[in-house]
Design a protein around this ligand. Sequence first.
Ligand code: MAN
Ligand code: CA
Length: 312
Amino acid sequence: MKIAGSLLSLLGLVLAEQAYWDDNPGFLKRSHSLIPPHSGNLPLWELKGDTMATSEYIRLTPDQQSKTGGLWSRVPITFPWWELQLAYKIHGSGKSIAADGLGMFIIKERGKFGSALGGPSQFTGFAAFMDSYKNGQTTGNFPQISGFVSDGSWSYNHDNDGADQNIGKCLSGHRNKKDSSLLRIRYFEDRLTVKVDPDGTGDFKKTCFEVDGVKLPTGLYVGFTSATGDLTDNHDVVSFKIWQLDSKTDAGKRHEMKPEVLNLAPKEAVKEESSSGGGWGFFTFLLVLIIGGGVGFYYYQEREKASAKRFY
Ligand code: MAN
Ligand code: CA
């Protein structure tokens, strides 16, 4: 009975996890979304710089040097919790080396240009960067997706890809894909979860990062930006959907809240991720498992022997 109960609760967990990354996780906010076919006039969005809309996609930059584009929602997000999905394509003639990437902002400063993948380097809110090009020397593997929460008091460092500023990051091989790549972000009860799906299969198996204690105010605007430099790519927004999520717990006064992450573990000095670290971790785990198993088995045998003695 106990086993059946645990199995049931395990099944419940699996189902809950599936429902978590639903096709339709909440109330779809059409006024904040971009659903193709796009038309020439997008009244609720502002196209800036080199951005051009076609019916299938909105191109932030073409595959040419020194271009900058922006696409900004005119409608603030007035609800505290949300989930969003961005379908995007980053592609171009550069086989392995291209730049600079696509930025997604959810910030106060709508419509601003700057050195953060075409967007403002000083911003108030949250940003996710699909960074194609490693500007820093020691900032890990690329293309990289990195997340940032800022209260506007510091500037994103383009020269090291924000290596010591991000709240999480991962590798995402999303260039020159046949289908649109997907980025799914859920912000619910102060937990921010970023899922990536570079092949656009829709399964969202890979969590890029998840952070608790994330404080974001309401009244922020969604924007997409992109820039090319000496290196280039096409950066296309294919579709964008945002759903309002409802919670039973009160979100509190959100409008004037300062964006921050509570108890964020301090970053180690920026260094190349070494593979040996993980290797030792696994080795230790294995050793503990073997020794633990051996000791356990010894005691089990001793107990069996003792109880056998009692019977005969
Ligand atoms: C130039 C500058 C950089 C940019 C690279 C790659 O060096 O424009 O800002 O990152 O080209 O495009
Ligand atoms: Ca970069």
